[in-house]
Design a protein around this ligand. Sequence first.
Ligand SMILES: [Zn+2]
Length: 416
Amino acid sequence: MQLKTILNAVEKHKSFVYSEARWSKNEATREIEFEVRPRVKSEPVCSGCNKKRAGYDKLPPRRFEFVPLWAIPVFLVYALRRVNCPQCGIVVERVPWASGKTRQTNSYRVFLATWAKRLSWMEVACVFGTSWDSVFRAVRWVVQWGIVHRELNDITSIGIDEIQYRRGHKYLTLVYQLDDGARRLLYVARDRTEASLNGFFNILSQSTINGIQFACTDMLPAYLKVLRLRASQALNILDRFHIMKKFGEAIDNVRAEEARQMKQDGNEAVLTNSRWCLLKRKANLTKSQVVKLRELMKYNLRSVKAYLMREDFQRFWTYTSSTWASKFLQEWCRRANQSKIVPMQKLARTLLKHQPLLLNWFESQGLSSGIVEGFNNKAKLTMRKAYGFKEYETIEIALYHQLGKLPEPETTHKFC
Ligand SMILES: [Zn+2]
């Protein structure tokens, strides 16, 4: 069997024919080339209006990179025709295996992008003997195609999250769909301002917005305001993940302050290496962290008190009735106020101020904040795996690629 036969089986385009496979002229690099010719009497398609038009002339042959075979690079070589289009003027033809001015075939781009979901972009470049930049361009094209072709209706529940992507308070706003069977990243925006979230509502039709019933957020005033203005029918829920994150921050403040104080007073450094055993949930502690926690409990420390207050607050999420949850909340906040621990008092004030939104969690029957947390972790992992990504655009594309569940351009053959 000839290579041409295989190529025809995986990448057939009815108005074009392939030559036999040959080695490229450059002997230093081993590359396979197939020459492509238009079928006799087939007319070129105008890239402006997608209509068949009379040919005008031919450009010098160009190489389009195809999926490699046995680690040997493969190229299609084709001399693009120009058409004389009454509508668009003299323009280059549209070919079915590549789009725009790119030198990668669509199949090759889908191939690289599929691998880029499993490996880091650098690894993909290494394994397939190409550059980071070419992997990036492939992923970007696949993502842009997916965004244009995705459906954005029937969205009932959304989760809005903020995430730091660079040092120096560089944040992103991420919006997820949380519906059963349709969990995906819907939107990425710079910053965590009103404009960031407004951008999301701007891409939706009004009927889609009207269909949103639940929106999980943290307490960022910008998010709360935009939700009130743009989707007032949606039940705004402060979810468990975001609230417990606030507890973590408060405990961290208490611990840092207390450690400083103790050092000043010349006390032994009881709190050294205690950060994680105070921040993690008990069930997630390592053996040595359990020992450390037990040791900490012997001292009458504000950090430990704050830790116990958080553990106590976990009960809030176990209520089934919002009336009882509300009673518990009031009681917890009263105790926090008496604790004389400033960060906890501050947290109690914040919780009381947002009480109605907190209690909405029970109305939504505990709309799973675990989903938002899961997405948050995956987003962080994506950004970590993409280390070296500094530009916002690159991070945005990586996130859509990994979490967006975007449709992909159809190819005649699945290469991986
Ligand atoms: Zn045209």
